[in-house]
Design a protein around this ligand. Structure first.
Ligand code: MTE
Length: 340
């Protein structure tokens, strides 16, 4: 029988601002007509909702954690930057990005970088199956060499209300879809992480639905923003970031960006993702960023820039509305489904 288990990264009840409290504050601000000028007050409410201890461990960073894997595809770096994707804030220092991670296969704390070094990247087989013209199984090196690599600067917004800005190297997921040749019945792409309890002790925790799975509609997966990352900061992706292949969908909460993928499966059934299965009342399939739709136990109105500690307003679709809003405009889904 499945036992529901809350993700450890959730805010403890004692530290979360009760919804009635911050909803009440928003109502007051609205009725006073303060609008954006009242952000300071809202931010105060959010700060109470997100304990500072979440940000301490990685705030300074640790250069020792930047252990660049030496792999067959190392010669593909650096890739040329695609300047279409500009940022409104400075990049997160790599030492911070490398020491503040979520990768439950290696533990439920943020400093899993050392444990993640146990991951062996070769051999690494990729399977492409399901509703495709012909199933494929190939070495990750072969797949990467077939794909056009580029660098893109993206924001990353975690559901925990912190954010980073990261230079990813990768290829458009649309290119992998082209290579996979899905049949006309395929509607979703399901992506699955490796499964190896000897390497990843977190996978012995039987209350989680291992392996980690995520999914997108084919329209989402074909969107120009959807990237399969193979690198960060101009070199091969670090193991803690989900080498060798990791999804990046910057308009969605970070938990959608599944790490260390081994399987791409095309299907006509909507995949049930890892956190949706673990706690479906709070984490949904769509998980699009929206400052107006709170997590059931804390506000999403603002976010903390991890390395500066600055709190800034969260943007709809994490600032990528121009590229993705059309995907959802005719969906008659409640906000609580589309934006959680
Ligand atoms: N993928 C796997 N396989 N396992 C995980 O625990 N955590 C997710 C996502 N992808 C996770 C995962 C969450 S909750 C976040 S916020 C991002 O990875 C964090 O990515 P980062 O550690 O590279 O910043």
């Amino acid at each position: 029988m499945w036992i529901k288990h809350k993700p450890p990264w959730e805010l403890p009840e004692s530290e979360a601002t009760p919804e009635s409290v911050w909803r009440g504050r928003r109502q007051i601000i609205k009725s006073l007509g303060f609008g954006a000028a009242a952000f300071g007050l809202l931010a105060g409410a959010c700060r109470e909702g997100v304990p500072n201890k979440l940000f301490k461990s990685g705030a300074q960073g640790d250069k020792e954690a930047i252990i660049v894997p030496n792999v067959l595809w190392s010669d593909q770096f650096p890739a040329e930057r695609n300047n279409t994707y500009q940022l409104d804030r400075e990049l997160t220092p790599e030492a911070v990005n490398a020491t503040y991670n979520n990768f439950y296969e290696f533990g439920s704390h943020k400093t899993i970088w050392e444990d993640a070094q146990a991951l062996s990247l070769s051999p690494w087989k990729i399977t492409i199956d399901g509703m495709v013209t012909r199933e494929k199984s190939l070495d990750v090196d072969e797949l990467i060499r077939r794909m056009p690599l580029e660098e893109r600067l993206y924001r990353l917004r975690c559901v925990e209300a912190w954010s980073m800005t990261i230079p990813w190297t990768g290829f458009p997921l649309a290119e992998l879809i082209k290579f996979a040749e899905p049949t006309s019945q395929a509607r979703y792409l399901r992506m699955e992480t490796f499964m190896d309890k000897d390497v990843a002790p977190g996978q012995t925790q039987s209350w989680y639905p291992w392996p980690y799975v995520e999914g997108l509609t084919l329209e989402e997966a074909s969107n120009e923003l959807a990237l399969i990352a193979v690198g960060t900061y101009g070199h091969v992706a670090l193991k803690q970031h989900g080498a060798p292949l990791r999804l990046v969908v910057p308009w969605k909460y970070g938990f959608k960006s599944v790490k260390s993928i081994t399987h791409f499966t095309f299907t006509d059934k909507r995949p049930v993702s890892f956190w949706e299965q673990s706690q479906g009342s709070e984490y949904k399939f769509w998980a699009n960023v929206n400052p107006e739709v709170p997590h059931p136990r804390w506000s999403q109105a603002s976010e903390k820039i991890l390395h500066t500690g600055e709190r800034v307003p969260t943007q709809i679709y994490n600032g990528y509305a121009e590229q993705v809003a059309h995907l959802y405009k005719d969906m008659n889904l409640p906000d609580e489904d589309l934006y959680r």
